[in-house]
Design a protein around this ligand. Structure first.
Ligand SMILES: *[C@@H]1O[C@H](CO)[C@@H](O)[C@H](O)[C@H]1NC(C)=O
Ligand SMILES: *[C@@H]1O[C@H](CO)[C@@H](O)[C@H](O)[C@H]1NC(C)=O
Ligand SMILES: *[C@@H]1O[C@H](CO)[C@@H](O)[C@H](O)[C@H]1NC(C)=O
Length: 623
């Protein structure tokens, strides 16, 4: 039995060797000392919680003893004091599991761990120890991120630390996942087996935990999720062996290891393959009816209702779950096909093909594996961490609300308004919180667009701009009068209204028209300045004419000449109109005359026939 399990592993290993295993990286930037500033790659550990979409700055410490971190550290030497940078512990590779080094450092107060490789080689992924290891329990409890760095780079860091320099680095996961558009594609490579110890428990726990978020994302159209299942094939020479018969379906084409690793009892590998196939078909049928998220319901319900422990991991139980979710059982059966047939199963064949990496994604060999935008996720399978990885896959500002909820991200706009422009009095800001940070972008408020660089300057523009905080212009109200320097026209700047002077933004001051404009200065005038205007009164019986800034008499005699002029104009107009009318009448009559003469000419000779234009004949000729 052991031999056979080893055998499957061998096939798996040979596939890794032939295929490509891509190491997921984040960037590590040294910010001080100046002499070694620069950016380096580091490989994200497959445990702990990497801060997908974020970054973390820290001060690097290389312990004096226990440099490999395989033993517990005394107390919490790496706990950073309030206000100082978090501590990143640099430990050497070797002697124990990567995860144990990180666990020891975490217990000693470290915020992140950098593991220095001990040989010159391309970066590798630090994975968890083999599944059934007794140590697996602490892996669950690792919450700090970790990264492997190249040997030569680690020596540079060590030298700087030895020289007494303060070494500050920034671990950055912002570009660990590509973020090309407003939809994230993600895959979970999973297994229906619920009896494989810690890893299976972790996976089931995660699926249950993540279901809510996954369904929100899927229903909102933010993500396209696809579940996947790994299968192996039985080598040709062994297809008729007892082992392959119990672990495989379709004559050795699709196999899974025996859940209990004991052929004599419990479930067999092929039971797992069949349930995996059913779960794939549940997804396909649900996806066809445009409800792909029902897969999460099925998988979690199946875990609860049909566990191996209670001997319910079987077809009857699975079909009861399918029925209760209202899925079409016939279609699912059709999709599953015949497991005893000596032919390919199209669904499982596709899965085997998908295992091989494409583009930037390496082969999938670790179970479970999450793939986000075609990059393999590295780190603990935990709701918050995974949501971070998915959220970091959205193009900035297109992320759904769930990504901006408090437990997933920090709102950078709350701190100093993110360094963006803001108008505190109108409560308008250019800071837009995004998952990976924030952007400073002039906003749109009540349909009014703000324009500017978003950092130091934004200004309402276009129609309606005066509605918003008076377009950022000066305005004031006094004595029942309101004045504004805002001009509601595209492209216009603030302009003090008539009767005021100033920059129009901060201030407009009343102009004293009596003094500065020399208004109302005629001998009989008396001037009084008011806010935004002036009043002028004339002494005696005089009337002030504002347009001419003068006082005139109200009496009729003075305006006689004006009336005369008016009469002349009116009479002139009347004569002109009368003349025009007469001309018109005359022309009309002469025309009609000629028409009548033309008609009569058809019947009798007339004296001056040649001179008469013959309209009727003209018309006939042209017809
Ligand atoms: C699920 O449906 C979408 C379209 O509705 C399709 O693009 C996608 O390929 C389907 N996925 C699978 C695994 O069939
Ligand atoms: C400013 O506006 C935001 C929402 O746009 C609101 O949550 C906040 O309470 C407002 N603050 C003030 C001081 O009005
Ligand atoms: C403002 O208007 C109110 C009524 O419209 C009037 O009673 C008041 O006297 C006015 N004040 C001034 C300073 O003109």
């Amino acid at each position: 039995m052991k031999l056979f399990v080893g055998f499957l592993v061998l096939i798996l290993l040979s596939e890794i060797a032939n295929g490509r295993f891509i190491v997921e990286k984040n960037s590590l930037r040294v910010t001080s000392p100046d002499s070694i500033r620069g950016t380096h790659d580091s490989a994200i550990g497959n445990f702990g919680i990497p801060q997908y979409g974020g970054s973390l700055a820290g001060n690097v410490v290389y312990p004096k003893d226990n440099r490999k971190g395989c033993k517990e550290f005394d107390g919490t030497p790496f706990k950073s004091k309030p206000g100082s940078l978090p501590t990143f512990v640099l430990v050497d590779r070797g002697d124990c599991f990567f995860a144990l080094k990180v666990w020891n450092a975490q217990n000693a107060g470290a915020s992140a761990v950098l593991v220095a490789d001990d040989i010159e080689e391309p970066l590798i992924t630090m994975d968890t120890p083999e599944e059934d290891s007794k140590n697996a329990e602490y892996i669950e409890k690792i919450t700090i991120p970790s990264a492997l760095i190249e040997k030569s780079f680690s020596e540079t860091l060590k030298k700087a630390i030895n020289d007494g320099e303060m070494v500050n680095v920034n671990l950055d996961w912002r570009d660990a996942v590509p973020h090309p558009d407003d939809r994230v594609e993600f895959e979970l490579w999973t297994n229906s087996n619920d009896e494989c110890g810690v890893k299976c428990d972790m996976l089931m726990e995660f699926v249950k935990d993540f279901k809510g978020a996954a369904q929100i994302l899927e229903k909102g159209g933010y993500t396209q999720f696809t579940p996947h299942y790994i299968t192996w094939y039985c080598p040709q020479a062994f297809t008729v062996s007892k082992q392959c018969k119990s672990q495989c379906i379709n004559h050795g084409r699709y196999c899974a290891p025996d859940p209990e690793q004991d052929f004599s009892k419990g479930y067999e590998g092929k039971d797992v393959v069949i349930e995996n196939l059913r779960q794939l078909c549940v997804f396909r049928v649900a996806n066809e009816s445009k409800k792909p998220w029902v897969w999460w319901d099925y998988v979690t319900d199946f875990q609860i209702r049909c566990p191996m422990k209670e001997n319910k991991y079987n077809k009857e139980c699975a079909e009861a779950v399918i029925k209760s979710l209202g899925l079409d059982l016939k279609n699912i059966e059709k999709c599953m096909g015949d497991p005893d047939a000596d032919s390919e199963n199209p669904v499982l064949k596709e899965e085997q093909d998908a295992q091989i990496g494409t583009g930037s994604r390496g082969d999938v060999t670790i179970l479970p594996t999450l793939v986000v935008n075609n990059r393999q996720y590295r780190g603990k399978l935990e709701k918050g961490a995974i949501l971070k990885a998915i959220c970091s896959g959205f193009e900035e500002t297109t992320e759904p609300a769930i990504c901006l909820s408090g437990d997933v991200e920090t709102n950078e706009c709350l701190d100093n308004n993110g360094g963006c422009w803001q108008d505190k009095t109108a409560n308008i800001t250019a800071c837009k919180d995004t998952f990976r940070g924030r952007v400073c972008e002039c906003p749109m408020v009540d349909g009014v667009l703000f324009k500017g660089d978003g950092y130091s300057h934004c200004e309402a523009s276009g129609p309606g701009r005066c509605k918003i905080n008076n377009g950022g212009c000066w305005h004031d109200a006094k004595d029942n009068y309101t004045f504004s320097a805002c001009v509601d026209v595209e492209g216009s700047k603030c302009q003090c209204p008539r009767g005021f002077k100033g920059d129009g933004v901060k201030s407009c001051e009343d102009v004293d028209e009596c003094k500065e404009k020399k208004a109302c200065q005629c001998p009989k005038c008396s001037c009084k300045n008011t806010w935004g205007s002036y009043e002028c009164s004339c002494s005696g019986d005089l009337l002030y004419i504002r347009d001419h800034d003068t006082c005139i008499s109200k009496r009729a005699s003075d305006s006689k000449s004006a009336w005369t002029a008016l009469w002349i104009i009116l009479i002139g107009l009347a004569i002109a109109a009368g003349g025009a009318f007469l001309v018109y009448k005359y022309r009309l009559r002469s025309y009609m005359d000629s028409e009548i003469r033309a008609i009569m000419a058809q019947y009798m000779p007339l004296d001056s026939q040649q001179e008469v234009p013959n309209h009727i004949n003209d018309e006939l000729q042209h017809a």
